[in-house]
Design a protein around this ligand. Structure first.
Ligand code: CA
Length: 464
């Protein structure tokens, strides 16, 4: 009897174990199915987000083409740029935001007051930031935007925007930044080598960097030399005025790598320069580029800090004007305001700078005196200057090139190319985002304004 009872006990355990096993199996199977469903959904959204980002890139490319066509037409005309509102000089790709959240908001603000939100998925996202809505208001109060509003309110476009997710993209112009790689092709010991380095020095001595140094004068100069030694072709630690300070590699004794002595492929390589700090690199990235090797910059598209650096650099190194200290913000911004009015005409910008700095050629003085001489007023030279007071003039009769400025002319520092663009686009579906970073060269820098349809060179492409 006892034996049978034992057997029953064993059977019960086997049955219980069996049930437990089956339950675990079912639970696991269910959670596997759920997981793979979730993975499939995330994958689908990731792909959707990728194509949304790609659409944003393509829309920006379209705007670049349109802008280049507009520039081509404008170049044929004789425009007095000083009379044009700065807002109207903004390139098309800056004026039209590639941002579905904004598009949808614009569509929702049609004159009949109806708001389109029948599709829950594509309803405009809540946006409580004040800055954002004021940006929309500014955009809509602009005359040319009013015309565009008509496009936004067509039914076809409203239907077009009934897709899931959002995209946003932003463009920056690489031609407006200082070329780090230019130094690689310039021979050390030539005046051009020092002058190009001195622009970087002026950038690194700008106000936004001063808190990152204990001794700004020495450290900014050391960093300038170190960055250039990392890139330049030789192995000598080059100082200014042909000074040689030993071997570049001696600064890399602590490291398991040597200076690159070649063009940078990415700005992150700057972190390998021993004197570089994270703070400085983060701030410097806005002002420098590795995507062109032109020593001049498109000042009219540049950040104010770059314009300021060029003004300081010219005043200190041209040999024809009084040096301006980098912390003389008042004087620098006065000159910047004077010259930027003449954008995008670089010759007029250079003339305006000569005027603002009181520079003029003797051989045009006659025509100047007979011309708008009533506009002149004397400017007191800074203390310690031995130069006579220079007349401050209306720029009309001034030359863009000044005989006395033998080291360099301001115009030589400028170009009007706008061919290399960085586009950052982001697609978003629910909580999944995909980011595409792309740098394109739209045409040879020798011919400003490339032909539409000519092949663009992709310099960088990354999907995150
Ligand atoms: Ca060197």
């Amino acid at each position: 009897m006892k034996r049978i009872h034992n057997k029953r006990g064993v059977a019960l355990i086997i049955v219980l174990a069996g049930i437990l096993y089956l339950t675990t199996l079912v639970v696991n199977l269910f959670s596997d199915v759920q997981n793979s469903h979730q993975i499939a959904l995330t994958k689908k959204r990731k792909l959707q987000a990728f194509y949304l980002a790609k659409s944003a890139i393509n829309l920006e490319r379209l705007l670049i083409i349109m802008q280049q066509q507009i520039e081509g037409e404008i170049n044929k005309m004789n425009v007095d740029w000083s009379q044009v509102d700065p807002v109207d000089k903004e390139p098309l790709y800056k004026r039209i935001p590639i941002d579905t959240t904004k598009f949808r908001m614009l569509m929702g603000s049609s004159s009949d007051g109806s708001t389109e939100s029948d599709d829950e998925e594509s309803a405009p996202k809540e946006e409580s930031e004040e800055g954002f809505s004021s940006e929309i208001e500014n955009f809509m109060s602009d005359d040319s935007s009013q015309n565009m509003m008509g496009i936004f309110q067509t039914d076809a476009l409203k239907d077009f925007f009934k897709f899931e997710g959002d995209f946003v993209a932003d463009i920056s112009e690489e031609s407006s930044k200082y070329s780090l790689n230019a130094i690689y092709s310039i021979s050390s010991g030539t005046p051009a080598y020092d002058l190009h380095k001195r622009i970087l020095l002026a950038i690194l001595q700008g106000e936004e960097f001063k808190d990152f140094y204990k001794n700004p004068q020495i450290e900014s100069e050391d960093l300038t030399h170190a960055i250039n030694d990392f890139i330049d072709a030789n192995s000598i630690a080059n100082g200014f005025d042909k000074a040689e300070r030993g071997n570049e590699a001696s600064q890399y004794n602590e490291m398991d790598y040597k200076p690159k002595n070649g063009p940078l492929l990415s700005l992150s390589e700057l972190r390998l320069v021993p004197q570089m700090s994270n703070d400085i690199l983060e701030n410097l990235q806005k002002f420098v580029t590795v995507y062109h090797i032109n020593p001049s910059v498109n000042i009219c598209l540049a950040e104010p800090e770059i314009v300021d650096a060029l003004i300081v650099h010219f005043s200190q190194n041209s040999g024809c004007t009084t040096a301006i200290a980098p912390d003389n913000i008042e004087e620098i911004s006065r000159i910047r305001d004077e010259i930027m009015k003449f954008c995008p005409n670089k010759t007029e910008v250079a003339k305006a700078l000569n005027s603002a700095m009181g520079l003029k050629n003797d051989d045009i003085e006659d025509s100047y005196v007979n011309g708008i001489s009533s506009e002149t007023e004397s400017e007191v030279p800074p203390e310690g200057s031995t130069e006579p007071p220079k007349p401050k003039t209306n720029n009309t009769n001034l030359a863009s090139k000044i005989n006395d400025c033998k080291v360099m002319q301001f115009e030589d520092l400028l170009n009007n190319y706008n061919t290399v663009f960085s586009i950052v686009a982001e697609g978003e579906v629910k909580d999944v985002t995909t980011k595409i970073r792309m740098v394109v060269d739209t045409g040879s820098q020798a011919s400003s304004g490339s032909k539409a349809g000519s092949k663009w060179q992709i310099l960088y492409y990354q999907v995150e």
